[in-house]
Design a protein around this ligand. Structure first.
Ligand code: MOS
Length: 759
């Protein structure tokens, strides 16, 4: 008896399904949305850092040509704060009092017939402030400390005693600069009311959060608010929170009875959509002479706005990073008069891994042990708290394969010992890791009588490629050719999806799409199982293969019928089923995985038997430093990545390259600078320097590891993984090249040349 084989699309390198739309300028981003009767908004932002608005003169602006309305705290209605969602509380609503808590706080918004008229009128608004002294230093007595419930104090063993007894100790302070997300696409919001129904186009990574927040603002049913964002553009975390300007635009549209559009200026992007707050971190590590870690203490302080809550998991990865019996972490947020922070790729973990992996490298020099050997020696083979085996952990393979590919053995461990054509050459490495995270997600799948499949979920695609990989997942689960599958997202009218954040979306959405598609095939099986006219009569999910747009009996390939034929015979236009992802480690008895068109029963290992592992990375970096000029070139990067099951090696590789590029920016270039009064100095891409193509040279990405055991899809988050450990790998390479240890990001030329403190 012959059996049918079919080939999975998942796992093959595929171009983006939306690539053509993007390169032909056919993709519509929020900034592109235009509507009949569209009015335009312009923001006025505070020029002081702390104080009160004593007077705000808007008469001239109100009389200016084309002006429809001017909004300030004097005439804006009370706004209810939105609900607390997966990513925590949203920033406080705008225009609710005369208080100024930071530079660049919105203080007025003009709505006019054109953008130029709105800008011109905004310039006529005169604000008189009463200043007080801003809180700008960690050691300011007025700087209150926040201990967030999401970042509890962590203690394992007895760090103080272990440090005291250690043969070798490292105790250093590391700092990371504030960084600002700078997607090239400016954030935009367009709001339009139709009676009591609100439609909003918004640059967001979380349409349902925008929907729920705006529903709370107007006290209406969330079903009456629709948020659309089929294409986000880059966001990198800047679109995770519901920003005050979004509420303002919706209010303005309500009051002016016009569709209203706001586009942030580049300068406003630095004050209005969050930033990666700066950190000061103290790392103490103790080890035995032969390199066994005995203690790690990681204390961090990071800045937070005066009236805001932000989850920032700076020390979160430290307790599980190494098999070390004594570990303590403290993460403190210190209130400062700074623009409301937000999230930027691997928030917290990028900064925390810089400190930890720099300190581990410093220990390797103190011990005269190769830094990779030191990491291998202290690898956490099991979860250090629970002793449970990991659901999937290929970090040792990352070390091994990365070492070989990079050619680490050519490294002379002595700092400042390697040269190439007059340049100092340094090799450095860093370990990266990202916690496992999979929030709940729903998706809906349909097969239509024309044989096409359509799968939707209210998620977003900020560039990693959900459009593409979800199309691939659906094609495999349904056995429908990929060209006949359409994946829809970016619409809050679609089933609820979480934020594209925490690198959790591929797992969340992928498992939801998988569940919906398996249920849809099941529905077809139910339809034909007692259908006399079907060659599939009597079939069960376990005995079929899906392929070529239909169902085949695996052991009897002649028995095949297309979905279209089944629908036609049953006089149905389509069959549609909603599905929901099961939390990792939880599966129902009906859970299946689909491989080569076949349905194989799947049971997740119970959470009590495995520690759910996240992704792992080992970065290997070669820098070339000019001994006279101090210029640093990242000449070569090899990153070995354990991302679990890689759905599309092409888009996954692009994700890793993007994370490496941002890691180069964080390590060498990016710094959001304020002056002594708290005013932002870096408000354009001339002053805030991001890496360009010339800064990102030879990048080699290796994927190692196996599908993760905890979910049917087997993925791990990779979107943020590549930036973790990357800044440390560069800092470690710079030390190896120059003998100068820079513990303060960014590693500027001045710090390398010793002209500015960097230690
Ligand atoms: Mo990421 S900072 O969770 O978009």
């Amino acid at each position: 008896m012959s059996t049918t084989t079919t080939v999975d699309v998942v796992g093959t390198a595929r171009d983006r399904v939306d690539g053509r739309l993007k390169v032909t300028v056919a993709a519509t981003y929020p900034i592109d949305v235009t509507l009949p009767g569209l009015a335009h908004a312009a923001l006025v932002q505070s020029t002081i850092t702390s104080g009160r608005i004593r007077d705000i003169a808007v008469d001239a602006a109100e009389r200016a040509p084309g002006v429809l309305a001017v909004f300030t705290h004097m005439n804006t209605p009370p706004i209810a704060p939105g609900p607390v969602l997966e990513n925590g509380p949203q920033p406080l609503p705008p225009f609710q009092s005369d208080a100024v808590l930071h530079y660049g706080q919105h203080v007025a918004m003009v709505v006019a017939e054109t953008r130029e008229q709105a800008n011109a009128a905004a310039a006529l608004i005169e604000v008189t402030y009463e200043r007080d002294t801003p809180v700008l230093a960690y050691d300011d007595e007025r700087a209150t400390r926040v201990s967030h419930p999401w970042t509890p104090d962590y203690d394992r063993g007895d760090v103080a005693s272990a440090l005291a007894a250690a043969d070798v100790r490292i105790n250093q302070t590391y700092t990371t600069a504030a960084n600002s997300n700078n997607p090239i696409g400016l954030f935009a919001t367009v709001a339009v009311w139709d009676g009591d129904a609100l439609t909003v186009h918004d640059t967001t990574q979380y349409p349902h959060a925008v929907r729920d927040t705006l529903a709370a603002v107007f006290g209406i049913d969330p079903a009456g608010v629709r948020v659309l964002v089929p294409f986000v553009g880059g966001a990198f975390g800047a679109g995770l929170r519901v920003w005050p300007h979004v509420q303002l635009v919706a209010i303005a549209a309500r009051i002016t009875k016009r569709p209203v559009k706001l586009v942030l200026t580049r300068a406003q992007m630095f004050t209005s959509i969050g930033h990666r707050p700066n950190t000061i971190q103290q790392l103490s590590i103790g080890a035995s002479r032969d390199g066994q870690l005995s203690a790690i203490e990681h204390l961090s302080k990071s800045s937070i706005g005066m009236a805001d809550e932000l989850i920032n998991l700076i020390t979160h990865g430290t307790p599980t990073a190494y098999a070390c019996p004594n570990v303590s972490t403290r993460a403190r947020q210190i209130r400062q008069s700074i623009p409301i922070p937000g999230w930027m790729r691997a928030p917290g973990e990028a900064e925390g891994s810089f400190a930890l992996e720099s300190a581990i490298a410093e220990l390797s020099y103190a011990l005269k042990i190769d830094p990779i050997e030191l990491r291998v020696k202290n690898h956490a083979h099991v979860h250090p708290d629970t002793g449970l085996p990991w659901s999937g952990n290929a970090l040792l393979d990352c070390y091994r394969q990365g070492t070989e590919r990079f050619g680490w053995s050519a490294r002379n461990p002595e700092p400042r010992s390697m040269r190439n054509e007059g340049q100092l050459v340094g090799y450095g490495m860093g370990r990266g890791a990202l916690m496992a995270y999979q929030p709940p997600c729903k998706a809906i799948a349909s097969i239509r009588r024309d044989g096409t499949a359509c799968v939707r979920s209210g998620a977003t695609d900020i560039g990693p490629g959900p459009y593409t990989v979800m199309t691939m997942v659906a094609a495999d689960c349904l056995g429908v050719p990929i060209e006949r599958v359409r994946f829809g997202l970016g619409d809050s009218a679609m089933p609820r999806a979480p934020h594209e954040g925490g690198s959790g979306l591929t797992g969340a959405l992928g498992n939801a799409v998988h569940a919906a598609c398996v249920s849809l095939v099941h529905a077809f099986v139910n339809l034909v199982s007692d259908d006399e006219a079907s060659p599939l009569k009597g079939c069960r999910l376990e005995g079929i293969t899906v392929r070529n747009g239909g169902i085949q009996i695996t052991d009897d390939p002649a028995r095949f019928e297309t979905y279209a034929d089944i629908l036609t015979r049953h006089d149905l236009d389509e069959l549609t089923i909603e599905g929901e992802s099961a939390p990792p480690g939880e599966t129902s008895s009906a859970t299946m995985i689909v491989q080569a068109g076949r349905f194989i029963p799947y049971t997740a290992p119970s959470t009590g038997t495995r520690a759910h592992a996240g992704g792992y990375a080992a970065h290997f970096v070669e820098v070339q430093v000019d001994p006279d000029l101090g210029t640093i070139r990242v000449a070569r990067v090899v990153s070995a990545i354990d991302g679990g099951r890689i759905l599309n090696p092409k888009t996954a590789r692009s994700q890793i390259i993007g994370g490496i590029a941002m890691g180069i920016g964080m390590a060498l270039l990016e710094e959001t600078v304020s002056d002594r009064t708290g005013r932002l100095v870096t408000t354009s891409l001339a002053e805030y320097v991001v890496p360009v193509n010339a800064d990102v040279r030879d990048v080699d990405v290796l994927f190692v590891g196996q599908p993760d055991a905890m979910t049917p899809l087997g993925t791990k988050g990779i979107g943020e993984l590549a930036i973790t450990g990357m800044a440390a790998a560069i800092a470690n390479a710079v030390y190896h090249a120059t003998g100068t240890r820079v513990r303060s990001l960014p590693i500027s030329i001045e710090k390398v040349l010793g002209l500015q403190p960097g230690q």
